[in-house]
Design a protein around this ligand. Structure first.
Ligand code: UTP
Length: 289
């Protein structure tokens, strides 16, 4: 079994939960202190040894492509001014991997976005990372899934327990039969069930290792919940074949496409930032409404 080389990162959604901010700027470019959300996702993939970052963008999202492409004019100015630290930040982005951009012509759903990456992926297992879900960078969330793939040889969905009244926001897999915090073979996965349809609280949280067999299943998948082509519906067929493993992710997660989580992430990342952390901490201690 070869290790995973390619990451597919869809960033072509409309981001309607964050309007009007997302009218002209993708939510994946929202800053967490001094880096856009999408850079944290790419850094996570890079830390797990992935070398090819396939970003699925839409026609209007040039800022994402610009962020991961070189900017020779700026590099030259920084060099001339001896701004080595700033230059290092730019070089760091280029060192994260090779960037490949594919276009999703219309936002027909996450499953459709993944299908747009088929040619770039080819016939190998790949990682799928949602461009607005981030995990505490101290814990390597994706690595847990890669380990589960290596030991099972099967597709893997990263899961975490969510409050019961939140199940209708996620793809929900059946609970494990036995102990928690170990991977288990998925029997069922259902997109956005209502709380009275499921007892499980195990939600798919934006990280997957997928077999290339997913592409044929996605081609056969008709629009599902919300009229969108759902990756969950194709995964459900992998589960029917006994080919899907659920792997708990032991890392704090922020869904930055959601305003509350985005603000919480901004505060936590600011508090941990080496340059501004102590000042922000002092500010929050003295803060009165
Ligand atoms: P979301 O469902 O969170 O994104 O998809 P969205 O549709 O943009 O969000 P809302 O609900 O309207 O606020 C998860 C990831 O999949 C991408 C999004 O950009 C996001 O990173 N996505 C979603 C696509 O690339 N294409 C799609 O058609 C849908």
């Amino acid at each position: 079994m070869i290790s995973i080389q390619k990451a597919v990162i869809p960033v072509a959604g409309l981001g309607t939960r964050f309007l009007p901010m997302t009218k002209a700027q993708p939510k994946e470019m929202l800053p967490l202190v001094d880096k856009p959300v999408i850079q944290y996702v790419v850094e996570e993939a890079s830390r797990s040894g992935l070398s090819k970052m396939i970003l699925v963008t839409s026609e209007g999202k040039h800022s994402i492509e610009n962020h991961f492409s070189r900017f020779p004019q700026l590099e030259e100015i920084l060099m001339r001014k001896n701004k080595t630290e700033d230059l290092n930040q730019l070089n760091w982005i280029q060192s994260l991997g090779e960037f490949i951009f594919v276009t999703q012509p219309q936002p027909l759903g996450l499953g459709h976005a993944v299908l747009c990456a088929e040619k770039a992926v080819g016939n190998e297992f790949f990682a799928l990372l949602l461009g607005d879900d981030i995990f505490d960078p101290k814990e390597d969330a994706l690595q847990a899934l890669i380990d589960a793939y290596i030991s099972s040889g099967k597709s893997v969905v990263g899961v975490q327990e969510v409050p019961h009244d939140h199940v209708e926001r996620y793809g929900i897999v059946n609970s494990p039969d036995n102990k928690k915090n170990m991977s288990w073979c998925v029997n069922t996965i259902v997109e956005k069930p209502s709380p009275n349809e499921t007892l499980s609280r195990w939600a798919a949280v934006g990280r997957y290792i997928l077999s290339p067999a997913i592409f044929k299943l996605l081609q056969e998948t008709r629009p599902g919940v919300g009229g969108e082509i759902q990756v969950t519906d194709a995964l459900s067929r992998l589960a029917d074949q006994g080919e899907l493993i659920a792997c708990p992710i032991p890392a704090k997660r922020f869904d930055t496409g959601n305003k509350v989580d985005y603000v919480k992430a901004s505060i936590e990342f600011a508090l941990k930032h080496p340059e501004i952390g102590s000042e922000i901490s002092q500010y929050l201690k003295n803060f009165k409404t």
